[in-house]
Write a protein that binds this ligand. Structure first.
Ligand SMILES: [Fe+2]
Ligand SMILES: [Fe+2]
Length: 296
């Protein structure tokens, strides 16, 4: 099961039309309470006949089958060496934008626009500049797709491996085909962990969150790092399914994760901010927090 990505069938690599389809699904699951489109969004989530939902379902099926303990450790071992590539920060943002998917007419905004809209919404609300920086960087880990990783090993709700899968995770029924499901080391409530051992000791499923956290861990204050590392951990920040693994410090820090999450989910705006006007601010922000080049 620790197969390199190249061993997957083409249909198992990119089940979604575009990476954004996962985020759109999250948005339907957790609609913006302030939005008047609320009811419509909830209705469309319940519409299981929608063919687009089938691709999302297939995406979760693959994610839940293949993200087992060995897979996660294998990916960490490979990617956290950061020995693949090094590039100037602004080149990295441009690189990320190659993820634009021509086959999806609904994807009208590129990856950088999502980052910029998130950071601008944070800035508008007067939060500290390190949080603005966090907003701008939070999805940089999606470059994993450009390194040939399957969509289900880049995006998707993250969840702990090495212990029982919670039924609060979306589509929990697919976990029965995960090898860890029948492995006595990993299928009890605590598995390899101990009560309230703290998330720093827990391995989450592999994806863009852990990758960008590790990339940025020397550059941002701890609350920003929690936002990066756990922004897709919906079964905890929305459903509180893993309180038994968290320690006091995690709970304190998750107040920041909760603060960040609506900016990620609900800042999408069809009118892109004027980059030329914003550029000087962001150039000095990036120079303040990040080194000149990022390692991948
Ligand atoms: Fe993300
Ligand atoms: Fe995001």
């Amino acid at each position: 099961m620790i197969s390199p990505s190249t061993n997957f069938d083409q249909s198992e690599i990119n089940p979604l039309k575009s990476l954004d389809a996962w985020e759109e699904d999250v948005l339907e699951r957790y609609p913006d309470p302030a939005s008047i489109a609320n009811d419509r969004a909830a209705d469309s989530y319940r519409n299981y006949e929608n063919p687009e939902r089938d691709t999302v379902r297939e995406f979760y099926r693959l994610n839940h089958i293949y993200q087992d303990y060995d897979f996660v450790l294998g990916k960490k071992n490979n990617y956290l060496k950061f020995d693949k590539q090094e590039m100037p920060v602004w080149d990295a943002f441009r690189f990320l934008n190659q993820l634009v998917d021509d086959s999806d007419p609904d994807t009208d905004l590129d990856q950088f626009q999502h980052l910029l809209q998130t950071s601008e919404a944070i800035r508008r609300d007067g939060h500290p500049d390190w949080m603005v920086m966090t907003g701008l960087l939070h999805d940089m880990g999606k470059v994993l797709c450009l390194f040939g990783e399957p969509q289900w090993a880049v995006v998707g709700d993250t969840f702990p491996v090495g212990c029982a899968f919670s039924d609060k995770i979306v589509y929990p029924e697919f976990f029965k085909d995960n090898p860890d499901f029948n492995d006595d080391r990993y299928n009890t409530k605590y598995g390899i962990y101990s009560p309230n051992c703290g998330l720093k000791n827990v391995h989450l499923s592999w994806g863009h969150d852990e990758y960008v956290y590790q990339m940025a861990k020397d550059y941002l204050p701890e609350p920003g790092l929690y936002m990066l590392r756990y922004h897709s951990f919906y079964s905890q920040h929305r459903e509180h399914a893993y309180d038994h693994l968290m320690d006091e410090h995690d709970h304190e820090m998750f107040k920041w994760v909760d603060l960040f999450n609506p900016y990620d989910l609900y800042s999408k705006n069809p009118h892109p901010p004027d980059w030329n006007e914003l550029r000087p601010y962001y150039e000095s922000l990036v120079a303040k927090y990040l080194p000149q080049t990022l390692k991948f």
